[in-house]
Design a protein around this ligand. Sequence first.
Ligand SMILES: *Cc1c(COP(=O)(O)O)cnc(C)c1O
Length: 811
Amino acid sequence: MKLSQIFDAIDGEYLSQGIDNDIAHLMTDSRKAFDLESGLFFAIDGPHHDGHSFIPELIKSGFQNFVVEKEIGEIPKNTNVIKVASSVKTLQAIAAVKRAAFNKPVVAITGSNGKTIIKEWLAQILSEKLNVCKSPKSFNSQIGVPLSVWPLSEAHDLGVFETGISEPGEMLPLKKVIQPTQGIFTNIGSAHEQYFASIDEKLDEKLILFEGIDQLYYRNDNPLINEGLNRMQNPPKHKTSWGFNSKADLQVEKKEGQFFQLKSQNESFNLKLHSGNEPYIENIMHCVCFAYFNGWTPSEIQKGIDALRPIKMRLELKKGINQTYIIDDTYNNDLAGLEIALDFLAQQKHYPKKSLILSDIPQSDPKESTYSRVAELVKEKGITQLYAIGHELADFKSLFPASTKFYPSTEAFLQHSFDAFEKEVVLIKGARSFGFEQIAKQLTERIHRTVLEIDLDAVTHNLNVYRQLLKPETKLLIMVKALAYGSGGSEIAHLLQFHKVDYLGVAYVDEAVQLRKAGINLPIMVINPSEEDLPNLVAYDIEPEIYSFLQLKTFSEFYLKKGIALKGHFTINTGMNRLGFDPEDLTTLIAQLHAQPHIKVQSLYTHLAASDEPIHNEFSLQQLQTFTGYAQKVEQQLGIKTIKHALNSAGIVAYPEYQFDMVRLGIGLYGIEPCGNLQHELKSISTLKTVISQIRNVKKGETIGYGRKGKVTKNMRVATIAIGYADGFSRIFSNGNGEVMLNGQIAKVIGNVCMDMTMIDISNIEAEEGDSIIIFGEKPTISELAKNAKTIPYEILTNVSDRVKRIYFAE
Ligand SMILES: *Cc1c(COP(=O)(O)O)cnc(C)c1O
């Protein structure tokens, strides 16, 4: 669509008008805006950040087309800026126009659970015969739905889109975008939702999606849903159900093992499923029902089910060989998925070098335009080296950069020496038939089977929870000391840099140097710098804490000799008695600062000794008062204004009126709220996992492990798991003090924890060697572990040793 056509379809005015570009892509995330001429960026003023603040950067990088809700600063010539009342509504309106031009079936999916899995599976099954356009990942929101619908084109046979809502009034706009002809209703959860008065109200809102459509598919086992459908004013023209009862159009009955019998009016047939587990059956039966009543034969359906692969909901960044990072996305390959994976790759700023190992894109039509788009993407997303595997890619050789290396097959590529991969980020993206998991295996570092998984989206979520507690003008410093409390310094810092926090804080200069080397350019404060760090402080522009006269003298002399200003963060001891100037040092300190104009008070701060304990409330308030007075004097007598700060995570929650100019957030970002008041709003960001190495039966009377401490009082099944105190699983957890999760159940530690291994009692749990064990995560929580170990969550988090591989996730 031309930009002018888009302009005609919406209600807006040009703040600036340039070339009438052909718009190929809509985007709301500035990280994904690489398409300088044919991308259209929608600036959305959201609860967490304002898209408008990214516009200057985008303009600087040459991006040309914007939809905005408010005036923006200076606009260079040849930039298109359209001002509208609501960017989201405009995005929806444009997608609706695109949808209206498509005259083949469009399926909309909604319900409380299973939407994404059903959509993905249905698309997998149907794509054996049809060219399906589907929502990427779980793009089901007010913004996600229009972005999903936009790519619909003549080349597609069918659209499959999911929708998700959480408040009344949200479904109608989504329905207007999707304009479904068919629908699948997954189910209705019994959980009471915040914004709905009752389940019925929630159900009715969801059913708006299906008003007046040609055909709805649903499960008729739930009376609530049947009643809801009967209440509809403008019901679907046809309703077809499946269920475990005789009224369903497709009756399902469980048989032996994984076999199920299905009966329609005309025939009866059996299907073999992967599992007998309830959510799985429900999800798969929705797909079966849809395919069956759209003319697929039982044997075609069975073939589709057999070929289904588990859906990976998110991309992972793993550490690979030779200091590489690997993004392993080896289960399918289509254009939309490739674009998402490339965006994730482009966001990784660890190294400038970015490689893509790519397979052909099967079932893509027309080939020519598919591969030209691939070539465009390779260019836009800054790929430094492309490895192209497959005959189709080779057929379009001329489209790709001259440096591209072509291989006829995965086998041929595996002959390639992997030593060539070094200090780079590698995306492995291949269709299932190419077996790229072999490549991933070769490239991923495998030292140890214990991993710490970090959910970067949860970190962002927690950041936003705290941001909402701050006044708009309060600056935010995030403590990323001790490798971001064990979660990985540079990875977390990159995320924080993207989210535009104001400051980072670390304990030692080495940590700050690591961050600089990894490309972090935010201001960094170091709490505990020493004299030998001085050259690095200067070389890497790191700002030291200043806490004593002796230290001030050495530092001041060094900076004076270098002829540069010393930007110091001055700490005032108000009761913590750790580092800092005491109140009686005040006069001397001010005099010294007066006398040495090259010293700049970058900030002034104090640290609370017991902000997480209400019992010390009075003491904390006293500290804050002392600090207020002290800071006032410094500012008055020196005639300066500086950044004043006192609150850590617990303080932010307990003393909101003392935010001063900045707060220092630490453990809260990592998912733990020390007071407990806010815990329910935070997400767990890390999961420490290991596996079962061996299982054995042990007879009553025997013992387990070192010192024969594990007494076996009855015949027992015991699993040895691959984690020990050297990984951070403290020896305190020996002999029943520790509990781990295995297949959703709790297993107790038996005997002493060893250096690299631990034994657990699994007598009552079904498990196999290789099964996954959760040490901490959503359950058990870090706080529970800390309690069992008689310590605090901080120690559990930071004790996970370096040899435990960190894996990062993001949507
Ligand atoms: C570690 C630290 C913080 C952060 O503390 P949390 O309790 O993790 O929020 C804040 N300020 C200073 C000086 C620190 O050393």
